[in-house]
Design a protein. Structure first.
Length: 276
């Protein structure tokens, strides 16, 4: 996910979040449609219940989660958007897993939540710089929420239809349908065919994310949602480091950013990896 974030951030120099969301999802859909067709998937014989849950999950993520995430990347940069969005998704996964799947919440939930919230506060309230309003954190947090929700829904779908590559096809298909229906809400999306350089970055991001999604779906199928999302939640540390190296001309990484990110990752560890 770190590489995907860096590629998208570069693409946003001449492209829009909507353009990124459509291009990334379309790239993934094409890749896995070709793979599924090549290995002889019989679409009409697939269990409808599994297909249904993948379609529903696709509305949550990639459609809503990636759109919110990309808007955050474009407005706030990798160093702020990734820790808040990716860092909060394991928390939401645990909470939603408790409510939907009946999982038992870990005893460390409250301490972990405090660390995550504290880390977000440190990142969004820098001294001597422009501060994010708490209302602005709703955008990256909503990305984290929809990521966490999608993980729970995908688990249900994969228990019925345990084929990650098929799940990715239906998830990205429903995501593209949602994006097409909401086209009017993104006027800058009309620059789609006039941003060749951005298109290149977004296609590369989509190809990279295609590989990531296969491993993510496979991990969700085999393991607990909360533990899988915890590993994904470690992404912020790597993303911030990569932003400092590859986005030095676009973003300023401060000590508060590192400290806040570390607090978020520690909170994830407490909530998920150290659960009883």
């Amino acid at each position: 996910m770190s590489t995907v974030s860096i590629l998208n951030r570069r693409g946003f120099q001449s492209g829009s979040p909507y353009m990124a969301a459509v291009t990334v999802n379309l790239t993934i859909l094409i890749i896995y449609s070709v793979i599924c067709t090549a290995i002889g998937i019989r679409w009409l014989e697939l269990p409808r219940a599994g297909v249904f849950w993948f379609l529903v999950g696709g509305v949550s993520s990639p459609a809503l989660s990636i759109t919110a995430y990309y808007i955050s990347l474009n407005r706030f940069g990798v160093a702020k958007a990734v820790p808040i969005s990716m860092g909060s998704s394991p928390l939401f996964s645990v909470l939603l897993g408790t409510l939907i799947l009946g999982e038992r919440p870990p005893a460390s939930l409250y301490a972990g939540t405090a660390l995550i919230v504290g880390g977000i506060w440190v990142i969004t309230r820098p001294k001597g710089e422009s501060r994010m309003k708490w209302t602005e954190t709703i955008i990256p947090l909503s990305g984290g929420f929809f990521w966490g929700l999608a993980a729970v829904i995908r688990k249900i779908g994969l228990e019925i239809l345990p084929l990650p590559h098929v799940g990715i096809v239906f998830s990205t298909f429903s995501a593209l349908v949602v994006l097409m229906l909401t086209y009017g809400f993104f006027p800058k999306g009309r620059r789609f065919l006039r941003s060749g350089r951005a298109l290149m970055f977004f296609i590369l991001a989509g190809t990279t994310l295609a590989v990531t999604l296969f491993f993510l779906f496979s991990a969700i199928r085999l393991g607990e949602v909360s533990r899988v999302m915890a590993i994904m939640g470690a992404t912020p540390m790597l993303s911030v480091a990569m932003a400092a190296i590859f986005l030095g001309d676009l973003e300023r990484i401060t000590l508060r950013t590192y400290l806040g990110t570390a607090s978020i990752v520690l909170g994830i560890v407490l909530i998920t990896l150290l659960r009883g």
